[in-house]
Design a protein around this ligand. Sequence first.
Ligand code: AMP
Ligand code: GLY
Length: 415
Amino acid sequence: MRVLLIGSGGREHALAVALNRDPSLTELHVAPGNPGIEEVALCHGINIDDNVEVLRLAKELQIDLVVVGPEKPLVNGLTDLLRASGIACFGPSKAAAELEGSKDFAKKVMSDAGVPTAKSFTCANRQEVEAALDSFGAPYVVKHDGLAAGKGVVVTDDREIAIAHALQSDRVVIEEFLDGPEVSLFGISDGIHVIPMQPAQDFKRAYDGDLGPNTGGMGAYSPLPWAPDDLVEQTLREVLNPTIQEMAARGTPFVGLLYAGLALTNKGTKVIEFNARFGDPETQVLLPRLNTPLADLLFRAATGKLNSQEELEWSEKSAVTVVLASSGYPAAPITGEPILGIAPIDQSFVYHAGTTRRDGILHSSGGRVLSVTGLGEDLTEARDRAYRTISAITLRDSHYRSDIALNAAIAEKGN
Ligand code: AMP
Ligand code: GLY
């Protein structure tokens, strides 16, 4: 099978490594890729926001399956064009990607499907904003309706900050605050069936102790030793299946990865958000543990054949991923600095995201630069490997959280 993977982040690097492990894969192409991905696949420096350019490349390379990493090409309708030309795609249509592209749309689908989520109001002016904020009270949760690369959501006790954030966008969703641990659970769907992956936990805030601004994700771990035994089964029943059924009933089936961001509240599991693609950095923590061949799995999803797919097989190991971020990330990342000391120890992996090679030397080129995953018999060992590898890397004024999976590792040891 010839696969073309779209994207250039740590998520795509982890996808590329996992796809390569599938014996049914004959060629792996990535557009545009990055210096890390270049070590495991053939990269093509095209503009992935130009659907026609991607189609031309897929045809030229006689691609059997296109796997789309980031949300933007999905919301831009890339898979609609590719599918119309007979190319199998793992990734939803433009209409189905609205589950991520519009918070308001996602709320409507959840409401129609009976999926538990925070109560919310969609507001278009100051009066509506203030009324919604006051009806829920603090902490206030304000979300810009459209795609915002992790920067569209503000959670604050300060009413003025909440109003100011709301007024930056034409349309916002204001919702009830959900209290409880967060879990990311991915479902792979062919439009009708859903195969759940294992749950992971993402650390959204920039600094240790969950302080600082929201980011795209500073680290993750999996599995979750503390999670209820029936979490996957329950989420499949109450969230993933009804959402997939609702999308199919609307005539816009969702083919691809449905990412459910969940809060485990004392009133049950509720959806915080949907994404229409693999999470970053959850993908870097999940895929090193996946034993099921990935290219075949995604091809079956892309071609409506998940009914014959068996449950996924996972390694018993634990995994921890830590993100190395540039100085100033997330507000104003400083880039263009040399990166030295990448030398993964045994059972650890370094995935590239914001890197570029200049004069043969690796430099930073984005806010999230690298993600490092460690595997181990338990979370403590996985953390140890991830942190040993990341602490050997030098990048001026870079930062990473030192507490990824720490509490879970301590609790696991205590049991
Ligand atoms: P989102 O982009 O919707 O995932 O939101 C980013 C982050 O904001 C989430 O991971 C949560 O930590 C937080 N958040 C979003 N919605 C809520 C909510 N209703 N209650 C509490 N925290 C939330
Ligand atoms: N880990 C958060 C995201 O992928 O959106």
